[in-house]
Design a protein around this ligand. Structure first.
Ligand code: SRM
Ligand code: SF4
Length: 620
C-alpha cells in the first residue's frame, strides 16, 4: 500500500470502529487522513510507505564500501531502528577544505522502558561504548543510553552485542512511540514495580512489529519479499506479508512520547509528553492513572504557529486499561495527525486543531467505554533526590549526579602533580562488577544505583568515593538541577554549544547566586543547543535555546515541578547579557522572594515575566 492511497479515517470520513472495545488492534491501515491531499504529503510519508516495513535500502547502504555514510533515504529509515547518521561537526570545515567527505558516524539510542537495566547489561553497554563508540555513554533526558561516534562498520556489532543482553534499539527513534518513561524511584517499592510493569506493557504493545530489525541487524531469516503481485496467488511461499496492526504502512505522522509519573515527583515532566499517565496510589497499591494528552516541547524560532504545550488531564483509567488507552490515543494521532507539514505534526497540534473535547469523545468512542473523572494529585518536584536513600525492604539506593548525562572519565591521569578528575565511567564499571541491585537512568540524566543490600553498601560507597562520583554528587543544587542536551559536535541541528558549554555557564551562575546571597537555592535551569528543546527547557524556571555560536534565547518563569511553561525574555544574546539579566533577577529574588517561593513563581508574581497558561501564548 503506497502513500497514494487515502484509506484514512480523517475528519468527515466514515468510521466503523465505534463498537470496538479493547480487543485486537485494528488490522487495517488507516494511516493517511483523507482530508490531507496526497500530492502534498510530506516526502517522508512516501519513504515510509515504500520501505517495505522499514527495510528500504538500509542493507545496501550498509554494504556500500565507498562511503562512511548510509546513502539516500535509508537514513530516514535507520531512525526507526534507533540509529541516526551524523558527522563530527568539529571536523566538518577542515574536511570540507581537504575535499573529504564529512566524518560520518552514527548515534545509537537504546530502547530501555522506564530506564532500568541490570549490572550485567551495564557492563555490556560500557564495553560497547569503549570498543565500538567514542568511549563515553550518554544518559538521555528520556532515561536511556546513547552511543556516539559509532562508525558504519560497528553498527551491527553494537546492535548484536546489545541483543545478547536482551537489549535493542527498535523504535527508539522514528515516527513511532518512543522510549516509554516512568518514575524510576526504588523507594516506591510495590508501586514502582506495578508502574514499571504497566509502562513496559505499553512499550511492548507499541513496538513496531516489522521483522526488518532482525533481518538487517541480527542476520535474521528474511521474511518479507515485497507485496504479492496477485493477491489470490499464495503459491509463492517466499512471500510473507507483514502487518503493522497499529501503525500501518506509514507509521505515525511524527514521533510520539509517553511517560508515567508518580506524585509528588514529576521527574518525567508528564505534561510534556504526547501521552502522560499520573499514578494515583492507595497505600502501596497503584489504584489507577490519570490520563494527560497533548504535551510537547518542540518549536521553531520565528514561526509562531509552533509552540511548546503542556498536556491536559482528561480522565482516569484503571492500570490494566492503560495499554488500551495508549493504543487508541496513538491511533487517533495516526489517523488525524498532520502528514503534510512535519513541523505541525505532533499530537499537541492535532488536539489544538480539532479540540480537546473532540479528542476526548473520539477516544471514548474508540475505547467503547469512557474514562472516569480525573482523581486529585499533587506534584512537588521534578528533581532527583541525590545520595543515599532506604527502601521499605531495607535495601539502599544511591542517586549519583551525572552532569548532563555524560558518563566518561575526565581526560587522562594526573600529570604534573594535578589531581585527577572524576573517573565516572570506570567507577560505574567497578560498581557494576559488584553485581548488586540494578541501575536506573533518571529522567534528569542522572543514575540511581538501586536496591543495594545493606551489607554491600560499604563496597559501593568505597567505589563512589574512590572514583570521585560521591564528590560530584555533592555539587550545588543549581548544578544538580541543571540539564543540557547533547548539542555540538554530534547533533546536526545544534545552533550553539550545549552540553560542552553549560557547566561553565552554571559555574558563573553559582558565582552570581553566591554574590547576591542566594547561596545554595534550588533553581531549575536547562539548556538546549537549538529550539527543539531536548532538555525540556520550556518548562524550566530558566531555559536557554541556542540561536548561533555563543548566542542564546533565554526563557523565564517555568514552574518548579514542570506545571507551567516559561516565556522568552531575551533573544539571540551572548553570555554577558545573560549574566547581567540574571544578576538583576537574582538580586530581586534574594530581596523580595518569599519564604519557600520558587524562583519561577517569584519571577511571575513579581511581574518579571507574564505567565503562560496555554501553548500559543508562549509566542505572544
Ligand atoms: Fe531530541 C531531535 C537528542 C529528548 C525534541 N534529539 C533530536 C536529535 C536526534 C537530532 C536529529 O534529529 O538529528 C538529537 C540527537 C543529538 C545527539 O547527537 O545525540 C536529539 N533528544 C535528544 C537527547 C539525546 C537529548 C539529551 O541530551 O538527552 C534526548 C534523547 C531522548 C531519548 O532517549 O529518546 C532527546 N528531544 C528530547 C526531548 C525531551 C523528551 O522527550 O522528554 C524533546 C522535547 C519533547 C518533545 O518531543 O516535544 C526532544 N528532538 C526533539 C525535536 C523536536 C520535536 C518537535 O516536536 O518539534 C527534535 C527534532 C525533530 O524531531 O525534528 C529532536
Ligand atoms: Fe540537538 Fe537541538 Fe536536541 Fe539539542 S535541542 S540535542 S541541539 S536537536
Amino acid at each position: 500500500m503506497g502513500s497514494t492511497e487515502t484509506n484514512g479515517n480523517g475528519p468527515g470520513a466514515e468510521d466503523d470502529r465505534g463498537e470496538r472495545g479493547s480487543g485486537e488492534p485494528e488490522a487495517v491501515d488507516r494511516s493517511v487522513d483523507r482530508s490531507q491531499p496526497v500530492e502534498k504529503l510530506h516526502p517522508n510519508e512516501s519513504i515510509k510507505a515504500g520501505s517495505g516495513f522499514l527495510r528500504g535500502n538500509v542493507q545496501e547502504g550498509l554494504r556500500d564500501p565507498i562511503t562512511g555514510a548510509i546513502p539516500g533515504d535509508a537514513t530516514q529509515l535507520t531512525k526507526f531502528h534507533g540509529i541516526y547518521q551524523q558527522d563530527d561537526r568539529d571536523l566538518r570545515e577542515e574536511r570540507r577544505r581537504k575535499k573529504l567527505e564529512p566524518a560520518y558516524e552514527f548515534m545509537i539510542r537504546v530502547r530501555l522502558p522506564g530506564g532500568v537495566c541490570t549490572p550485567e547489561q551495564w557492563l555490556t553497554l560500557d564495553d560497547l561504548a569503549r570498543t565500538r563508540a567514542n568511549g563515553t555513554l550518554r544518559l538521555t533526558t528520556r532515561q536511556t543510553f546513547q552511543f556516539h561516534g559509532v562508525l558504519k562498520r560497528n553498527l551491527k556489532p553494537v546492535l548484536q552485542g546489545l541483543h545478547e543482553q536482551l537489549l535493542d534499539t527498535l523504535g527508539a527513534c522514528g515516527d513511532v512511540n518512543r522510549g516509554v518513561m516512568a518514575t524510576p524511584l526504588p523507594e516506591l517499592g510495590k508501586v514502582h514495580e506495578e508502574l514499571f510493569q504497566v509502562s513496559k506493557a505499553v512499550s511492548d504493545h507499541l513496538i513496531p512489529r516489522s521483522r526488518a530489525y532482525h533481518e538487517i541487524w541480527l542476520d535474521g531469516e528474511p521474511l518479507y519479499r515485497g507485496p504479492r503481485q496477485d493477491p489470490t496467488d499464495d503459491s509463492n511461499d517466499q512471500v510473507t506479508e507483514e502487518e503493522e496492526p497499529i501503525y500501518g504502512t506509514t507509521y505515525l505522522p511524527r514521533k510520539f512520547k509517553i511517560g508515567f509519573a508518580v506524585p509528588p515527583t514529576n521527574d518525567v515532566d508528564v505534561f510534556t509528553q504526547d501521552l502522560g499517565f499520573i499514578a494515583i496510589t492507595e497505600g502501596d497499591r497503584l489504584a489507577g492513572l490519570n490520563v494527560v494528552v497533548g504535551g510537547g516541547m518542540g518549536r521553531t524560532d520565528n514561526e509562531p504557529d509552533t509552540y511548546p504545550r503542556l498536556g491536559d488531564v482528561i480522565g482516569f483509567c484503571p492500570p490494566d486499561r492503560a495499554v488500551e488507552v495508549a493504543e487508541k490515543v496513538v491511533t487517533i494521532q495516526r489517523d488525524y495527525g498532520n502528514r503534510v507539514e512535519r513541523k505541525l505534526a505532533r499530537m499537541k497540534y492535532t488536539i489544538d486543531r480539532l479540540g480537546l473535547e473532540w479528542f476526548r469523545e473520539e477516544l471514548h468512542r474508540r475505547l467503547g467505554w469512557s474514562l472516569e473523572e480525573a482523581r486529585p494529585y499533587r506534584f512537588e518536584t521534578s528533581q532527583d533526590r541525590f545520595g543515599w536513600s532506604r527502601n521499605g525492604d531495607g535495601t539502599l539506593n544511591y542517586t549519583a549526579f551525572i552532569e548532563n548525562g555524560r558518563v566518561k572519565d575526565e581526560a587522562g591521569e594526573a600529570t604534573n602533580g594535578a589531581e585527577p578528575g572524576p573517573r565516572i565511567m570506570t567507577g560505574l564499571r567497578e560498581i557494576a562488577r559488584l553485581d548488586v541491585g540494578d541501575f536506573r537512568v533518571t529522567p534528569n540524566q542522572n543514575l540511581i544505583l538501586a536496591r543495594i543490600p545493606e551489607e554491600r553498601a560499604g563496597d559501593v560507597e568505597e567505589l563512589l568515593e574512590g572514583y570521585g562520583i560521591a564528590e560530584v554528587t555533592e555539587r550545588t543544587q543549581v548544578r544538580r538541577h541543571s540539564m543540557a542536551c547533547v548539542g555540538l559536535p554530534t547533533c546536526p541541528l545544534s545552533m550553539a554549544e550545549s552540553e560542552r558549554y553549560f557547566p561553565e555557564l552554571i559555574t558563573k551562575v553559582e558565582g552570581l547566586m553566591e554574590e547576591v546571597g542566594l547561596g545554595d537555592r534550588p533553581i531549575v535551569i536547562r539548556m538546549s543547543g537549538c529550539n527543539n528543546g531536548c532538555s525540556r527547557p520550556y518548562v524550566a524556571e530558566v531555559g536557554f535555546s541556542g540561536r548561533a555560536p555563543g548566542k542564546y534565547n533565554m526563557y523565564l518563569g517555568g514552574g518548579f515541578h514542570g506545571e507551567r511553561l516559561n516565556r522568552p525574555v531575551l533573544e539571540n544574546v551572548d553570555e554577558a547579557t545573560i549574566l547581567e539579566h540574571l544578576r538583576h533577577l537574582f538580586q530581586a529574588y534574594a530581596q523580595e522572594g518569599e519564604d519557600g517561593e520558587a524562583f519561577g513563581d517569584f519571577a511571575v508574581r513579581a511581574g518579571h515575566v507574564a505567565p503562560v497558561h496555554a501553548g500559543p501564548q508562549f509566542n505572544e
